[in-house]
Design a protein around this ligand. Structure first.
Ligand SMILES: [Zn+2]
Length: 252
């Protein structure tokens, strides 16, 4: 298995990261994308990836980082990417949940990262919260030239299919295991299996039965098991397909 989205550089893991990695290996989780979202975390992802070969680092600027300084911030990100090996740009995107005051900066910063991803032929990892339509409009604007993944996808099945048409992958995380998660379960059942990825978003969004607790990458197995159960296929088969999908998208 590959956990395509984690933040194991966070403080939540400072005391037992090694044990977490051991639990991953024991559960056949052998590759983990370490997703940066700020200058500090982009650095941390690089540092950890140099230390442990299970990790594949990314770099990006989250919409919560979007401010009037976005152009300078973007140029600093370009410098960083020119000097460090990364497997994707992101996470980046739009988040109207916490604030709508910086919407214009969010959009501008997101578009710059999309254009950089096209230029560097890297996939993009997209965060979208309470901003479904605007996120889709921006991605659609690149006419299929932009490749990437909708991380911890929580939108409708219909929209997910539109993303697939544009060449995107859809990633499901812990919420698909929640009892009341009707739409994520529909997506899990119906989406093109060759465009499906699994993730944890550790330390956030732990799957059932750990809901509300710290999430960790070995729990991606619970996400895989839930989706296999929903689709009525074996865990082994779904593991094989989602692993191939992740390898194809991230070139790992
Ligand atoms: Zn994340």
């Amino acid at each position: 298995m590959i956990d395509t989205h984690s933040h194991l550089f966070e403080d939540e893991f400072k005391d037992d990261l090694l044990e977490c990695i051991e639990r991953c290996k024991a559960n056949n989780v052998n590759q983990i994308l370490l997703v940066g979202f700020s200058f500090e975390t982009n650095d941390k992802a690089q540092a950890l990836a140099k230390e442990y070969d299970i990790f594949y680092p990314t770099a990006g600027l989250h919409p919560s980082e979007a401010a009037s300084t976005y152009l300078d911030d973007f140029n600093k990100l370009v410098d960083f990417i020119n000097n460090n090996k990364i497997y994707a740009i992101g996470e980046c995107g739009l988040d109207y949940h916490w604030t709508k005051e910086n919407i214009e900066y969010q959009k501008a910063l997101f578009k710059l990262q999309c254009e950089l991803a096209i230029k560097l032929d890297l996939p993009i990892i997209v965060h979208s919260r309470d901003a479904q339509q605007d996120t889709f409009d921006i991605i659609k604007g690149y006419n299929g030239k932009l490749k990437g993944v909708m991380h911890c996808y929580s939108g409708s099945l219909e929209l997910a299919k539109e993303y697939v048409k544009l060449g995107f992958y859809v990633s499901l995380g812990g919420p698909v295991t929640f009892k009341n998660a009707n739409e994520p379960k529909r997506v899990a059942k119906e989406i093109d299996i060759n465009r499906l990825l699994i993730e944890t978003d550790s330390p956030f969004l732990a799957p059932h039965p750990y809901r509300g607790k710290r999430n960790e990458s070995s729990y991606v197995k619970l996400v895989l098991e839930e989706i296999a159960n929903i689709r009525g296929i074996s865990v082994e088969e779904l593991d094989k397909i989602t692993t191939e999908n992740a390898k194809r998208l991230f070139k790992i």
